[in-house]
Ligand binder design. Structure first.
Ligand SMILES: Nc1nc2c(ncn2[C@@H]2O[C@H](COP(=O)(O)OP(=O)(O)O)[C@@H](O)[C@H]2O)c(=O)[nH]1
Ligand SMILES: [Mg+2]
Ligand SMILES: [Zn+2]
Length: 301
């Protein structure tokens, strides 16, 4: 039986892209899934069978490596985290918050700094360039790929294409940072609505649509709906936040106490590393503020 990947789900049909190319096969799910409470997702690797009329059935869902709720996608493995360097300005607090959620979902992340062409001349531009260089150095040292792009000038796109190839990619990043522009420049034929267009048509930004995986020229897929739009800590335990900071997670086995929160405990390897400058102040401060935010949210509900 052939294997494939569900690239689209619509009106009870699953569109399965076979391993050997060609058009996706329109499939029904087997009744057994419903009985078992299973539900095939876009991104699922499946075993399917073709029936006479050119349609098919999804017979088996292969084990998932990840599962996102928004958008509902299985097996995404790389988050493309877009942050503009101007309008809106780079915020390391928000960047770290996205990273926590991406790490928690079990995806790797590539940080894409966008709108490089918009950095102004003069002192203001110099300051922004210094901040960008510092962020690049900080996150590269932690182990994230950092790319700089301009969708308008077509800069950095070849490198990004290489990084995305072979993965199931999901976009992340706040509104207006240039996610849609980036993907439109990256994937010929895909025309995601950019904010300018939706403003002209007077449509709301939050039109719900069905998620679809768009094939990339170098192999792999890009989900056409951004994820990680909900950044409260409702789905995380307080003890999980630290493990979503990669450089903390490495150190925490050397903390004296198991379940160390890296805030006040003696002989805490994370606090020691912070004192010695091996952990960036911004990373530690954001961690501490997420812990506080988590506790405040808990008190409220
Ligand atoms: N100067 C410049 N503007 C950009 C770039 N990418 C996006 N923009 C603009 O930023 C705004 C938001 O872009 P959009 O792609 O809709 O952002 P999204 O909300 O993250 O999908 C639009 O006005 C774009 O034209 C870029 O590389 N350079
Ligand atoms: Mg958009
Ligand atoms: Zn500790």
């Amino acid at each position: 039986m052939p294997e494939g990947i569900i690239v689209k789900a619509l009106s009870g049909y699953y569109y399965v892209q076979g391993e050997h190319g060609g058009e996706p096969v329109q499939c029904r799910g087997r009744g057994i899934f419903k009985k078992r409470g299973e539900s095939p997702l876009v991104g699922d690797r499946v075993v399917y069978g073709e029936t006479e009329n050119g349609e098919g059935t999804v017979d088996e869902i292969l084990p998932r490596s990840s599962e996102l709720a928004r958008p509902p996608v299985a097996n995404a493995d790389l988050a493309v985290l877009a942050f503009s360097v101007v309008r809106p300005e780079l915020s390391l607090g928000l960047l770290d918050k996205f990273l926590v959620h991406i790490e928690h979902a079990g995806l790797d992340a590539v940080i894409v700094l966008t709108k490089l062409d918009r950095i102004p001349e003069g002192e203001e531009g110099e300051r922004i360039r210094r901040d960008v260089a510092a962020a690049e150095a900080l996150y590269s040292a932690i182990g994230y790929r950092v790319l700089k792009t301009s969708a308008h000038r077509g800069e950095g796109l070849d490198e990004l294409r290489t990084v995305l190839a072979g993965h199931i990619n999901v976009l992340a990043g706040q509104s207006g940072v240039g996610k849609s522009s980036l993907v439109n420049a990256l994937v010929p034929g895909l025309q995601l609505e950019t904010n300018e267009i939706s403003d002209k048509l007077g449509r709301g930004k939050h039109t719900t649509r069905h998620v679809e995986l768009v094939p990339l020229a170098g192999g792999g897929y890009m989900a056409d709906t951004p994820g990680f739009s909900q950044l409260d800590f409702a789905e995380l335990g307080i003890d999980e936040i630290g493990s979503c900071f990669r450089e903390f997670a490495e150190l925490s086995s050397s903390c004296k106490f198991r379940g160390c929160t890296h805030t006040h405990e003696p002989q805490c390897a994370v606090l020691e590393a912070k004192e010695q400058g091996r952990i960036a102040d911004s990373r530690y401060d954001n961690y501490a503020s997420f812990m506080t935010e988590w506790k405040e949210n808990k008190r409220r509900y």
